[in-house]
Write a new protein. Structure first.
Lengths: 140, 111
């Protein structure tokens, strides 16, 4: 299969009821164009964690999916508080989540770590008071 | 082993997904931290959790779990039932604790 696709979704902060909608949609799309199960699952997990991060911490964000012949690019940008110490944020277990977020089973400090684990190439940049940008590449 | 077998053997209450009890069970995972479940569970797993809010459904859909079992008699929110029905994920409830139900499922999977 060499089919590709490109699309974009917006995610709003605080809308916990919406969490998972984008990643479930993306997973279905990837199935339709014949992406192997393992690759699809990794893309879905990385997207889910990114979605939850926007909802938990940012004001709003965009998830862009671009599938080409040999790879999947998931590009996520949000406007929000940004991350002051990226190295610390990447550590497994480090979290700034409030009690409400934690009670729902989010905010365990595993999100960025999971995203990185699911990626073949992972880039993160952030500016305090502006927002965060993730670039996730997964080979097909 | 399918979900219907677990329902019968463990006396689980089916809250939705009655028509999907033929899903094959290949393993199990217990956890209440969604990121941990995303990272650690596998497709075909029975997911044992005390989280009853609607966000558990997306996790199960993404990981292609066989079903979700809510422990200690936790009742799923209306939104959770609605979403799980739409996605065809059986939502089951047990009065047992996570420890007890996981032990029994393990026993059935590895007799």
């Amino acid at each position: 299969m060499t089919q590709g696709c490109e699309c974009s979704f917006s995610v709003e902060g605080e809308k916990f009821a919406e969490a998972g909608k984008v990643s479930v949609e993306i997973k279905k799309m990837l199935k339709k164009i014949g992406i192997p199960d393992d690759v699809r699952r990794r893309a879905a997990i990385a997207t889910y964690e990114s979605e939850v991060n926007i909802i938990s911490y940012a004001i709003e964000g965009t998830v862009k999916l671009q599938v080409t012949r040999d790879r999947i690019l998931i590009d996520i940008r949000d406007t929000g508080p940004g991350i002051s110490n990226i190295e610390q944020a990447m550590e497994q277990g480090y979290s700034t989540a409030n009690d409400r977020i934690r009670e729902m089973g989010f905010g365990a400090g595993m999100g960025l770590f999971n995203i990185k684990n699911c990626s073949d190439t992972f880039e993160i940049s952030s500016e305090e008071g502006k927002g965060t940008h993730l670039k996730i590449l997964i080979n097909r | 082993m399918d979900v219907a077998f677990l329902v019968e053997k463990l006396g689980l209450t089916v809250r939705c997904g009655e028509d999907r009890l033929d899903r094959e069970v290949s393993g199990g995972y217990a956890g209440d931290l969604l990121s941990n479940v995303l990272a650690g569970s596998k497709n075909g797993d029975v997911w044992v959790t005390c989280q009853a809010h609607q966000n558990i459904v997306a996790v199960s859909v993404l990981k292609e779990h066989a079903c979700i079992i809510l422990t200690q008699g936790r009742q799923p929110d209306t939104d959770t039932i609605e979403r799980a029905s739409q996605e065809g994920i059986p939502l089951l409830v047990t009065e047992l604790s996570g420890f007890e139900i996981a032990g029994r499922i393990y026993g059935l999977l590895h007799p």
